[in-house]
Design a protein around this ligand. Structure first.
Ligand code: ATP
Length: 388
């Protein structure tokens, strides 16, 4: 398709060409990604200057498989077959400062490549452990899932099967430590089983990893039974054991870095701070929300969904909006809302358009300018409710 049609492409979806029967019959959608890096200053590369890499995949619709303990009380982990339908589109929906997502992706790719090529770990060491930390609601868990999904697609010729095991550390260390020991053992037995199959790529996501530290500290202060410390140690040892398996990547998240077990932080190769969204990210997050409300026909006076696209941050910032003064006004308002939202998390931003809509007097007819005005007021209200 790329060779036949002489068109230029940028990152984003490409409609499946209706004149290509084979594609129409077999392909649901096509997306171009990561062209930005090779192209400087909005330049265009010719076809012979690029080497396109095509990944074809089918999403699994199986859903999560839940593992609960013998008494059925605690659910210790969820298992997903990747690429999963549920994680489709998360990568694109997460907006951070330029380069962050790429850095994580490249790191994981290098880690898998080093193992694949048999680099001696005594000479060059790497751990395949990622730690994302930062305030709540900044998309850490989603980013881990999106990264796993992306890698499962990128590496599907080497690893035709891919799984994500999502463990909630808090549930592992919650109440009964004697029970926790068994949970950890069972969990890692299961992971080990998967890892032994060399065509399997396994991602282990441990959320709220700071509860490890809490458990160890409580044990040291004597307020918890001493086997809690054994549980933490067991987990660390098991993680070390997994290190020798080439086909596993451990991803962890935490809301507070200071509290994470030092022994653990040290093991992580990449420690990325995921902070509250910058102005650029806030504008883009809100723009994608507004765009979706227009697509769904919620933001329009007429029955027809609105078809125009709001300009991106760079264009809005430079005030070079080509579509005329009305659009320039809308951009300015959206920028103002984004400025007002300073300090709000990505999660609150994605909720803001909903709260705005709920506070409208007439929910069935709302034009964009009025909506943006109300959104600014709602954002101010949300701001005042932020903790100090
Ligand atoms: N930078 C961002 N860009 C786009 N959406 C975001 C961003 N940050 C957060 N979100 C939205 O917030 C939601 C919550 O994210 P997620 O649960 O992954 O955050 P978290 O950092 O793991 O939170 P917590 O620490 O409270 O578990 C996501 O589904 C996403 O829609």
């Amino acid at each position: 398709m790329l060779e036949k049609r002489s068109l230029s492409y940028s990152d984003g979806p490409v409609p499946v060409p209706i004149d290509d029967v084979f594609l129409v019959d077999n392909v649901q959608r096509i997306r171009i990604c990561e062209t930005d890096e090779g192209v400087k200053d909005h330049g265009v590369l010719l076809f012979w200057q690029v080497k396109p890499v095509v990944h074809v995949f089918q999403l699994s619709e199986e859903g999560p498989c839940e593992e609960s303990s013998a008494d059925g009380q605690l659910s210790s982990f969820h298992e997903w077959i990747l690429p999963a339908k549920e994680f489709d589109g998360i990568w694109e929906s997460l907006i951070y400062e330029p380069g962050l997502k790429q850095r994580l992706l490249r790191y994981a790719q290098s880690a898998l490549l080093f193992t694949e090529k048999g680099v001696d770990p005594f000479l060059v060491s790497w751990n395949r452990i990622i730690l994302l930390h930062g305030p709540p609601g900044t998309g850490k868990t989603s980013l881990c899932k999106a990264l796993a999904q992306k890698l499962s697609i990128r590496f599907n010729s080497r690893y035709p099967q891919c799984q994500l095991i999502e463990v909630n550390a808090h549930s592992l260390f919650s109440k009964w430590f004697s029970e926790s020991g068994k949970l950890v053992a069972r969990l890692f037995e299961k992971i080990q089983e998967m890892v032994e199959e060399e065509n399997n790529l396994v991602f282990v996501l441990i959320d709220e990893v700071e509860s490890l530290a809490a458990a160890r500290k409580a044990a040291l202060s004597g307020s918890e039974p001493s086997d809690s410390i054994r549980v933490v140690n067991a987990l660390l040892t098991q993680m070390d054991k997994l290190k020798s398996s080439p086909n596993v990547i451990i991803m962890t998240t935490s809301n507070i870095t200071a509290a994470i077990d030092v022994a653990f932080v040290d093991r992580a190769d990449i420690k990325a701070y995921i902070g509250p969204p910058t102005l650029h990210a806030r504008y883009e997050i809100l723009r994608s929300c507004v765009q979706e409300l227009m697509r769904a026909g919620i933001l329009s006076d007429t029955e027809e969904p609105v078809k125009f696209t709001l300009p991106n941050y760079a264009t809005a910032q430079e005030r070079q909006v080509a579509q005329g003064p009305e659009m320039e006004g809308l951009c300015k308002m959206l920028l103002e809302v984004a400025e007002t939202c300073e300090g709000l998390s990505g999660r609150s931003l994605r909720r803001l358009p909903f709260l705005t809509h709920a506070s409208l007097a007439d929910a069935y007819s709302c034009d964009l300018a009025k909506f943006l005005c109300t959104m600014r007021d709602t954002a101010k209200k949300e701001q005042t409710e932020l903790p100090d």
